[in-house]
Design a protein around this ligand. Structure first.
Ligand code: IVH
Length: 669
């Protein structure tokens, strides 16, 4: 085709294809056959190959074109993705409003009320109106780059529309929820069953599973939708209210939930909560509550956040879903630290869309307190993501054949003695080499928050252990492919993949590695604090109790656990094996020193977690700068306790104010 003709045909084809995408995915009413659609896509692909132009990134071909990935890249969100505090009653909603009125010294606050969709939160980046990257929320600071998968969601504009609405910002982070409607979900699930595949438990899992799988072609066949409801960092335009944000999003062509309303005061918010509660069952998608947000963005900024939750927004949750079922058995699981957890095995029952057959009973005291017996009819409850729990026993249904549960005196895995230490609720297996503990240890080491070794889940960890190939996590680095090939279920490809992913985990981030070691009471947060303070494994191994307890959140008990851990001869040997295998934890990701590039900080008030000097060093090591007074050029004012006039000035100038927690999040501590 001649160049001039092609340049007319390319935009025309893009138009036509976007139109058919909408008919197919959004209106569920296709006008052309799949074959015809493919023909148009191919025609466009051919022309684009010959005559590439600037709009390639937003072309419909980019929705279907990407090749499968080996692994998601992890990306740091330009600004932290916070989560929401929950309220379960109108009283708690009123408390929320009172707190804001008190802090902001106002009589009435106006809110925006939105349905709270049960899906997967994502962060989208648009530069000069073009969709550049999209990521899952992850831990709020870093998520997974799922750009290619997001592009397959046809209702998501790849290019922002500029109508009469708000001007296109030079840079913007847009947040929203990827979800699946109930009807297409059911249809998809029955097709899966017909084709011999596992059905998804609920639309939320289906949406998350579809977005977080590596082949965009598969994602493109899943009926995903998206609603956008917030913005993060914005450059080049001014927005002053949340309502204005939502209107701007709409004018740019983003799907915004049409049920969102303005509420002129908290009574309006409560009214909305009750109204949406009544509509809940009739909606085409699942919601688990409503979200109330302070409308005024300057007020939002002034209110800031406590820990991960902004003070300016609240998730008002509908009551948890409850069901009745029968406890068929109570089994005991042995965890990584040897703790025994009793688990109720129940007659499977559908609780608000999820089939539940197990519930943790936590410990013996809990069973005694609730008087749960094998054979009992119980009420179980599931709220949001939390593990199902037994609310209570329906004693009236007892027949007298129910059996009381007894904590075993011997470990169900290794037959060693079980003890209950003073002051602890848990029973523990005393055998340090209990196979259940060792397997769990290896699984933990390879798990997501730890070294994230792909292909090394519970089953494979146990298989390697049972085959005698590994005793502890350091043995992983000495495995070879032939050993794996000799095992069941491992072909050439999967064996090679596993060897590769073990190999690529040899330079973990220091904090992930510390967490992966599974030291008692050292969770992800403590591991981060330790990595920051000690900077290397060697320093941490040599740390004394008094060094460790200088960290605010580490008391004598955790310090003792850490010191003991590294003194244990067995652990010393494991650490030596890691070194021998060439496992070298890294202090920070390679790009970390650019994290705060060009950002200027002003500190006011006292920080609880570190001296100001340390904070200063960290900011500078990440490329940021520190100043003594707030000016219009300041990027962030970090407010500790008892802040001074620098904070007032920041409010006046509309500078972003960070609480200490937000600051720690920002610097990834
Ligand atoms: S606003 C700081 N709005 O709820 C504000 N979140 O519990 C953060 N969610 O991670 C989010 N619908 O996945 C917001 N209309 C809505 C929402 C919503 C659902 C989810 C989102 C978020 C979680 C927080």
């Amino acid at each position: 085709m001649d160049k001039n003709v092609a340049w007319k045909r390319i935009p025309e084809l893009r138009n036509i294809l976007e139109y058919h995408n909408k008919r197919y995915y959004q209106q569920d009413d296709p006008e052309i056959s799949d074959i015809e659609y493919d023909r148009l896509i191919r025609e466009l692909q051919d022309l684009e190959n010959q005559y590439p132009d600037d709009d390639l990134a937003s072309s419909p071909t980019s929705r279907v074109g990407a090749a499968p990935l080996a692994k998601f890249a992890s990306v740091t969100h330009p600004s932290t993705m916070l989560s929401l505090a929950n309220a379960f009653s109108p009283e708690e909603i009123i408390d929320f409003d009172n707190r804001i009125k008190r802090l902001a010294k106002v009589d009435c606050v106006d809110y925006i009320a939105e349905p709270k969709l049960d899906g997967l939160a994502v962060n989208l980046i648009y530069e000069k109106g073009i969709f550049i990257r999209g990521a899952t929320r992850g831990d709020g600071i870093t998520g997974e780059d799922v750009t290619s998968n997001l592009k397959t969601i046809s209702s998501l504009p790849l290019k922002m529309r500029q109508d009469s609405g708000k001007a296109i910002p030079s840079f913007i982070e847009i947040r929203g929820e990827v979800y699946m409607e109930s009807k297409p979900f059911k249809k998809m699930n029955s097709r899966r069953v017909e084709e011999g595949e596992e059905p998804f438990a609920n639309p939320r899992n289906a949406a998350a599973g579809s977005l977080r799988q590596l082949d965009p072609k598969i994602t493109s066949r899943r009926p995903l939708n998206i609603f956008l409801y917030n913005v993060g960092e914005v450059k080049g335009i001014r927005l002053s209210s949340h309502w204005e944000v939502l209107q701007a999003l709409k004018s740019w062509g983003f799907p915004v939930n049409p049920l969102i309303e303005q509420a002129k005061d908290i009574q309006g918010g409560i009214f909305y909560f009750e109204k949406i509660g009544k509509q809940r069952e009739a909606l085409p998608y699942e919601i688990d509550g409503v979200v109330l947000k302070v409308n005024d963005l300057a007020l939002q900024a002034g209110l800031g956040a406590v820990s991960r939750n902004p003070r300016w927004a609240l998730a008002c949750k509908f009551p948890a879903t409850q069901e009745t079922t029968i406890v068929k058995d109570i089994i005991v699981q042995v965890g990584r630290t040897g703790a025994l957890t009793p688990v109720a095995i129940m007659e499977p029952v559908n609780v608000g869309g999820v089939v539940v057959s197990r519930a943790t009973l936590h410990n013996e005291d809990e069973i005694i307190k609730k008087d749960i017996r094998i054979g009992d009819t119980v009420i179980i409850q599931r709220a949001g993501d939390v593990i199902p729990e037994v609310v209570k026993v329906i004693a009236a249904k007892r027949t007298g054949t129910e059996k009381e549960f007894k904590m075993p005196t011997k470990c169900p895995e290794c037959d060693s003695e079980i003890v209950r230490l003073e002051g602890e609720v848990a029973h523990r297996c005393v055998n340090m080499s209990c196979p259940a503990q060792l397997k769990e240890h290896i699984r933990h080491f390879a798990s997501r928050g730890a070294l994230d070794i792909e292909g090394l889940g519970e089953k494979v960890s146990a298989q390697l252990f049972d085959a005698g190939l590994i005793q502890d996590p350091s043995d992983l680095y000495f495995l070879n492919k032939d050993q794996l090939l000799a095992l069941d279920r491992h072909g050439e490809k999967s064996a090679q993949n596993l060897i590769d992913s073990i190999k690529s985990s040899k330079t973990p981030l220091l904090d992930k590695f510390i967490f992966a070691l599974g030291i008692r009471n050292v969770g992800e947060r403590t591991a981060k604090l330790l990595a920051t303070r000690f900077g290397s494994m060697e320093n941490l191994i040599n740390a004394r109790i008094e060094d460790l307890t200088t960290i605010n959140e580490i008391g004598p008990e955790i310090a003792q656990n850490i010191v003991q851990f590294f003194h244990e001869p067995k652990n010393k040997a494991i650490m030596a094996k890691f070194s021998k295998a060439g496992v070298e934890p890294q202090k920070k990701a390679a790009t970390a020193n650019e994290l705060l590039q060009g950002k200027s900080f002003v500190f006011t008030g006292t920080l609880a977690n570190m001296p100001r000097n340390t904070a200063k060093e960290i900011v500078e090591s990440l490329g940021g700068s520190i100043h003594s007074s707030t000016t219009s050029k300041t990027t962030y004012v970090v407010a500790g306790s008892d802040p001074g006039s620098k904070l007032d000035k920041a409010r006046l100038l509309g500078i972003k104010i960070l609480s200490e927690e937000e600051f720690l999040k920002l610097i990834d501590r």
